[in-house]
Design a protein around this ligand. Structure first.
Ligand SMILES: [Zn+2]
Ligand SMILES: [Zn+2]
Length: 96
């Protein structure tokens, strides 16, 4: 699901609601009622920001030596289509 939300935000941007997150649930996973509880956030980009790509998928900028997200999202690491858990491409981003 996290891949899906990221992809939709890339294509359509965020409209400050949980539009894509809830859309995913409606289409794929209507029983995942804990979703709002897991993500106590107001909009899709907050859901997206709760996860970051694992280090292996980040690109190292040779000039600054910083890790950057790749220009295109890698293919989904694969959870069942109806699963709302992030696939292995994602890890929880550190809390600030
Ligand atoms: Zn947003
Ligand atoms: Zn995925």
């Amino acid at each position: 699901m996290v891949c899906f939300v990221h992809r939709m935000l890339d294509d359509h941007g965020c409209d400050a609601t949980l539009l894509w997150t809830l859309h995913f649930r409606e289409v794929r996973s209507p029983t995942a009622s804990g979703l709002e509880k897991r993500y106590q956030v107001a909009c899709d980009c907050r859901v997206a920001a709760a996860h970051r790509l694992v280090r292996e998928l980040m690109l190292r900028d040779l000039h600054t030596d910083e890790l950057e997200p790749p220009p295109l999202l890698p293919t989904c690491g694969g959870v069942r289509r109806t699963n709302t858990r992030p696939c292995r491409n994602w890890e929880p981003s550190a809390r600030r």
